[in-house]
Write a protein that binds this ligand. Structure first.
Ligand code: 48H
Length: 271
């Protein structure tokens, strides 16, 4: 005979253990698209405490739909080492161009990231940031259904040494920071510049170049990087998203090595 209370308690206990473990993070990743998942994989693999927050039920962002709902994506040969690292199944289509089943890519990225130790939360909307002493110091979260039902329910806040805006075209997190705090961003204009039209070559290069800390404590990756810094879009070729996720992970891991990277500021505020 199965006991319903045990089933219920198993879920409650395990979920709250995961949640408690995420209230004080090294890195909070907002958005479960390719750049966020790849970043989460590398940061977790390096032994840092990272959690990824995705507002939708499913993780994977824009990967699922391939190009115009044809569920295949294209990857270029410059990311062959990452393809190998993730053991992605790809087929060479033309010299330098690889094609992959987008569903398989989503499943593989999620599996790899969780196996590396990434804590993934779906159905959670990041609606604001913790902002202290001119630094982003964490995230403010609520259930997505609360947001969808427009309920007046206060959120909860999680500290994080670094936050990654991996929210894709909308660059939701930088937009919130810019709108609420009116801060000067690390962009040419100090503002969000906005995404440009389609040019696959430029878009792919720029999404990697634009991956950086745009405000103390807040990094951008993937399509959000191009939206914030004014890069082109590239269509359903995803190598740049993978490279951007890897680059942001490397940048943050480097920062985490420094003793005085602003972390003390957050800690002092806790007292
Ligand atoms: C929690 C949130 C919030 C929030 C949004 O769009 P994504 O797949 O992001 P990237 O940058 O990793 O990949 C971009 C790629 O999918 C793409 O769109 C390309 C290559 N386009 C080219 C072109 O020309 O159009 O994923 C972002 C994720 C989504 O799942 C959102 O639901 C999620 O972020 N998200 N999660 N809190 N406030 N905002």
């Amino acid at each position: 005979m199965l006991n319903e209370t045990i089933i219920t308690n198993a879920i409650i206990d395990r979920y709250f253990e995961k949640l408690r473990n995420a209230t004080d993070l090294d890195v909070a990743i907002i958005g479960g698209g390719p750049s966020g998942l790849v970043a989460g994989y590398y940061i977790s693999k390096a032994g840092k405490k990272a959690a990824l927050f995705e507002k939708k039920l499913s993780i994977g962002g824009g990967l699922w739909g391939g190009g115009m709902m044809f569920n295949e994506i294209v990857l270029q040969d410059s990311i062959l080492p990452i393809i190998e690292e993730f053991e992605l199944k790809v087929q060479e289509y033309k010299k330098g161009y690889y094609v992959a089943n987008s569903i398989d890519v989503v499943a593989t990225l999620i599996k790899k990231a969780i196996s590396a130790g990434l804590n993934i939360f779906n159905l959670i909307n990041v609606e604001d940031l913790i902002f202290k002493k001119n630094r982003v110091a964490g995230i403010v979260i609520n259930w997505s259904p609360v947001n969808m039902a427009n309920l007046h329910i206060d959120p909860l806040s999680f500290y994080s040494k670094y936050v990654i805006d991996a929210t894709g075209h909308a660059a939701e997190i930088v937009t919130i920071l810019s709108r609420k705090m009116g801060v000067k961003l690390n962009t040419e204009t100090g503002q969000i510049i906005g995404e440009k039209s389609m040019d696959a070559t430029q878009g792919e290069t720029q999404t990697v170049e634009n991956t950086k800390e745009v405000y103390p404590g807040l990094f951008v990756s993937g399509m959000a990087a191009n939206a914030v810094l004014g890069g082109y879009r590239m269509g359903p070729i995803f190598g740049g998203m993978f490279l951007s996720g890897k680059k942001v992970a490397e940048q943050i891991l480097e920062k985490l090595k420094q003793v005085n990277c602003g972390i003390e500021i957050i800690k002092n505020h806790r007292r």
